[in-house]
Structures are given as C-alpha cells and as structure tokens.
Design a protein around this ligand. Sequence first.
Ligand code: SAM
Length: 299
Amino acid sequence: MVQTPYILSEIAGKGQGLVATRPIAKGELVLAEAPLFTQPLFGSNATILAALTNLSDANQRLYFSLANAWMGVHPPPLGIFKTNALPCGDHDESKGVAADTGGLFPLGSRFNSSCEPNITNYWDANGHQITFWAVRDIAEGEELCICYGTLLANRAERRAKLQSYFRFVCNCVACAREGAALKASDDRRVTISRLYDEIAGCESKPAVGIRKVKEALKLLEAENLPDSYGDFYYDALQFCISVADVRNAKAWARKAWEGYCVTCGPNSREAAKMKTYVQDPRAHPAFDLLPRKTLVGPD
Ligand SMILES: C[S@@+](CC[C@H](N)C(=O)[O-])C[C@H]1O[C@@H](n2cnc3c(N)ncnc32)[C@H](O)[C@@H]1O
C-alpha cells in the first residue's frame, strides 16, 4: 500500500494544515485529488448551494467541516468556497494569469500558504484532478505549504492581498523577516517582477533578454523560489531559438523541462512541450526569425 507522506495536524496560528511524515524528495507527487465540485472562481452563494445539493451527505458534511474565514460576512456556503477554492486552470498572480474556475478539495484545501512554498499546486485538466508537487527536498515534520497569492511582490503587498482574500496576516518564513533581511528580500522580489516584465519586451534583443533571465534566476535562488524557474528557462530557450542558437537552446530546453517536471509533473503539457524542444529546437515557430547569433547557455 502506498503511504501518504503527510498528516493533517493543528498548526499554531493557522488552524489545521498538512505536515510531512517522512522526507519528501524534490519533484515528488505529494497528492493528487479530484474536486468535490468546481465553480466559477467568483461564483455566488446560489450557484454553490446548487452544486452542494449534488453531493452525497458525507461530502456535504466534509464541505461544511472546511475552514471559513468569512464567518459573519458571507453565508457559510460562499464563505467556505472563498476560503478554500483552488484554481482549476493556469493561474499565476505574479504574472497576471488567472484561472476562471475554482475547485474544493477534501485534503488539498487544507494546505496553508507560504511566500516561500515547498509545494506547488497544478491543475491536471486531462485527469480532472489537482496535483501537488514538492519543489524542493522537504524534511520530516516540515509543514507543506502552497502559495495562495503572489510571490513576486514586497511583504506589504503580499500581506495586503492575503488579508483581503483570505483574512489572515501571513507570518511565513519570508514574511517573518525584519530589518535588513526583509529589505533585501523585498528588493529581490520586486526586481524579479520587474525583470519578468522587461524580459517580455526583449523579443528583438535576445542577448539583453538572456542576461536578464540569468539575473532573475540568481535572485530566485537567493529567495529560495525554485517554482518559477521553468518559465524563466523557457524565456531563455525562446531567445536562443529566435537566433537559431541550437546548442544553447537545447541546454535551456532541458532546464525548462526539468523545471516543469518538478512543478507540474513529468506528464504535464508544459513538460511535454519542453521535451519536444530538447529533441529539436527547430520545431519552435520562432526558430531562426532574427539574425543568427550565439548566445549563452545555463550556468
Ligand atoms: C484554505 S484554508 C487552509 C486550511 C485551514 N488552515 C484549515 O484549518 O482548514 C485557508 C485559511 O487557513 C489559514 N491560513 C493559511 N495560511 C496561513 C498562514 N500563512 N498564516 C496564518 N493563517 C493561514 C487562514 O485562516 C486562511 O483563511
């Protein structure tokens, strides 16, 4: 029998949460779970009630046992949905990508939030299930946390968002920093966010773009945020592709593939796409669009 690598426990100041019961290796699938139901992320109490009537009594009880951060503000069905819904689709607040559907999960909705998360949540559309992946090695006894909000913002902005959507003041390892350590962390995150925007505008300046990717990767490493690597590696891959630098494109494609295997799983469409470019960067529609040039590969 496969043993689940976590246990549901009381976590000081956070209600319940999931804690590792053994060491979990980077890239391991921690949990795959089907939703109790899905709804538009901004569903109403009426639509949620309608969905609840289709659930078994046991699942209705399970639904009403989940946390409710909106007690006294919204009716319980809506309050529980707002507190616990996870995106079922591409979603990354740091990059302005928002899923329009949310799902409620018996265990998945119990993960608390951290701005230095050790797992990611990825919606597996083919399997109609949510999957959670370890983005770094996790020790026995560590709490397993996803990120509910945005990673690439300073603490004040991150906390404000979490407070307005989930009604708690985040005091994760990143938010608990003070003084010079907090300032350095804030600066790094704001810089990565700026670099992300600038990289998007470097289509015709691939050498500049790849330099910015490398700068962002160093800052992500310093912030212990490996879950964003895949996207930056993919940007670097596209710069190399545009100037027909096949050798470096393959090296970046391999990094992007490894990154997406860790954050989305080896069977994800993201990982599958990168695999095609590892084999043949020429398959990319932007191949050889700019004057040929040799750029740089990953460190
Ligand atoms: C989706 S639920 C998570 C599971 C919940 N702790 C429980 O007991 O079922 C979201 C709620 O958990 C709490 N929470 C999550 N992350 C937290 C954190 N970093 N600090 C404090 N509370 C947190 C907040 O009350 C939030 O509204």
